[in-house]
Each structure stands twice: as C-alpha cells, then as structure tokens.
Design a protein around this ligand. Structure first.
Ligand code: ABU
Length: 367
C-alpha cells in the first residue's frame, strides 16, 4: 500500500501533518537591498545585525514548542527543521552577505501543492540557503512516500540588477511607498524569476499570488509554467507600503469565506472570480496592538496570520482578542495560541508553519 506523506491543496482542509519552525540560531542579517526595503523606516532594527539575543531565542522556542505540542494533542503530526549555522556568510559567485536568517518561518520557503513541496527561489540574499534547514525532512518524506515530488525553483543570482536602487534610500516615506505600490513599482526588478512561498495562497485548482517586494511577475510566470494544471492569479494590495507575503493581508478560512486586511483591500477589478462564485470577502478585525514587538520585521497585521486546522477550527494568537471575537462570530471554533514573543523571528501562526498533509483533493472552487 502506498504511504502518502505529502498532500495539501488548500489552506483549510483538515490538517494532519505540519512543519513548525524553530528560532534556533536566528540572526538579524546585515543590510541588503530587498531586506532593507521591508524594514520599516522607524524600526529599531535599522543599522543592527548579528545573532538575536539568546533569551529572546529561548522564549520564542518555548512558544513554538508549546504550539507544536498543542497541535500534537489534537492528533496532528508535527515535524521540526534542523537548524544550519546561520552565522555563516552566504557567498555565491554573484554576492556575499555576512550572515543568514534562520529556520523560521518555513511558510516563506516551502510551498506545498498536492503531493509536491516546492522550495521557493527567495529574494533576500541572506535567505538563499534557507532551504537547507528543511532538507533532512524533505529527504525523509522522499524516502517514505514514492509519490512525493520534491522540487526546487531555479536559484536566482541576486545581483544588484535584481533590485531597484531608488528603494535603497533610507528615507522614502509612506506616501512615496504607497504611490510606488499603486504603480506596482517594487524593490525587486524583473531581471529573473523571484518568489517567496508565502506570497502564494492555495485554493485547489487556483493559486493566488501576490506581486510585491518578494515576488515579481517573472516569478509568477514561473509558477504558472510549473503548475500547468492550475490557474495562477496575480493580485495586488495597493494599501501596503511594505508589501511582502500575502498571509497578513488575505486569509481564506473555508470555502466561500476570506478575511481581507481593511488597509490592503483587494481592488474591485480583482474581485470578479470570488463574487461570481458566491465567495464573501470580509474585513478582518483590527489588531489588538498598536505596534509590533521589538526587533520585528512584520506589521501589526500578524493578527490575521492564523492557522486554519479545518473549516470550523482556527488557531489565533492569544492576545489578538478582536480577531478571536470576529472568528467566533464567523462560526469558527477558536484555539488561542501564545506566539507574540516569537513574531520577531519571522511572523505569526501561518508563517511559522508549512503544510505537509491536509485531507482532501484538488477541487475547483471557481468554475
Ligand atoms: N510575513 C507576513 C508579514 C506581512 C506583514 O508584515 O504585514
């Protein structure tokens, strides 16, 4: 009998097996073009780099371990990455950077589509080797599951030609950033295909991909050619001055229901496929916090970065009481998970996980 380890077609089918990241050896990397474009201009991280303080690593690991145990207690199999030495520089014939990033969050690196796990190209130099943290797991899946497709997108060169120099200015200001986002002028150029896995949402036959700082149009075209049986849709959310990763912006909860960040609404001309098929797009609740925690890259909208366990059950960060209340009103059973002190390591509950197995098959939700 075939031992199927890898199978996941969407963001909401019953979750049976997942990877949860680790904070081990996580570094704040040195300045580099795509990373600097994302660090908020008023952030405490500007100008700093090096290994994160050990007490913050220990605290984040405590939270991630507890989250893993919560999932296991619900019968979900949890695997963890094996940290490489992130203090080592990343050097290729085309670039050098003095340290790497970490093995949080796996969602940025690994895209699971059906029986395939695809390693993304990534667009930060410090994340070029990040896939190595997950190779022991992927090799194991490959040994155990004869149908598992382990794929890696072409590694990009990430020369200076990949980045628009106007984003390297330290003081750009939100007004200018929003104008550029509206014009779809992002830090990454169209030199070569680039994408992060966290810019992709899976809706069965349809893949919805955000064009922004970490994914360019060639990256989306690469995904379209790589998944010929899927329809690949490009989306933009013009209200975001730092547009990376779709999962604090657009959050499907179950067939027919999506939460949308009210500051980053999907433009009217991109809504047709949902409306025609009776899907509701509702504004997410406000975050409970006015600012992200210290040394954090992400926005306060990690409030909506939730992990759906099945179409009726969702994990929400425990301090996000507005988001928990809204989920409850939307008919979801809410599992509070304490994770805020791990946000600085790369994100929330969706970010810190990567799907391995959800029950279900590839369905067409937008016929
Ligand atoms: N990785 C999700 C971060 C998105 C945000 O900062 O809003």
């Amino acid at each position: 009998m075939t031992n199927t380890i890898v199978n996941s077609w969407n963001e909401w089918d019953p979750l049976r097996h997942v990877i949860v990241g680790r904070a081990d050896d996580c570094h704040i990397p040195p300045a580099e073009p795509a990373l600097d474009a994302k660090v908020p201009e008023d952030s405490d991280m500007r100008g700093q780099w090096g290994k994160r303080p050990q007490d913050t690593i220990d605290r984040a690991n405590e939270l991630l371990d507890t989250f893993a145990r919560q999932l296991e207690a619900r019968g979900i199999r949890v695997d963890r990455p094996t940290s490489i030495d992130h203090s080592k520089p990343a050097t290729t014939p085309d670039f050098h950077t003095d340290s790497q990033f970490g093995c949080m969050p796996p969602r940025d690196v690994l895209l699971t589509v059906g029986s395939e796990i695809l390693e993304a190209t990534m667009s930060y130099r410090c994340r070029w080797f990040e896939y190595l943290n997950y190779r022991p797991l992927l090799q194991k899946y490959w040994e155990e599951d004869p149908n598992f497709r382990h794929e890696a997108a072409p590694k990009p060169r990430l020369t200076d030609a990949d980045y628009h120099p106007d984003y390297l200015n330290e003081k750009i200001g939100d007004a200018q950033r929003l104008k550029w986002a509206e014009e779809k002028h992002f830090v990454t150029t169209e030199e070569e295909p680039l994408f992060d896995a966290a810019d992709v949402l899976r809706f069965g036959r349809d893949l919805v991909v955000q064009h922004g700082f970490t994914t360019n149009l060639k990256g989306i075209e690469w995904l379209r050619r790589h998944f010929p049986d899927h329809r690949v849709h490009t989306v933009n959310f013009p209200g975001d001055p730092y547009p990376i990763h779709i999962d604090a912006t657009f959050t499907p909860l179950r067939p027919g229901l999506i939460l949308n960040n009210p500051q980053r609404r999907l433009p009217a001309d991109q809504r047709a496929m949902y409306e025609k098929n009776g899907w509701e797009i509702v504004d997410a609740a406000q975050p409970a916090h006015n600012a992200p925690p210290p040394l954090c890259y992400s926005s306060t909208w990690l409030s909506m970065n939730v992990l759906v366990l099945d179409p009726k059950t969702v994990c929400v960060e425990a301090s996000e009481h507005y988001q928990m209340e809204q989920m409850d009103k939307l008919g979801m059973n809410v599992i509070p998970v304490d994770l805020r002190d791990a946000y600085a390591f790369g994100g929330g509950l969706h970010c810190c996980t990567a799907d391995v197995y959800r029950e279900g098959t590839c369905e067409d939700y937008f016929p």
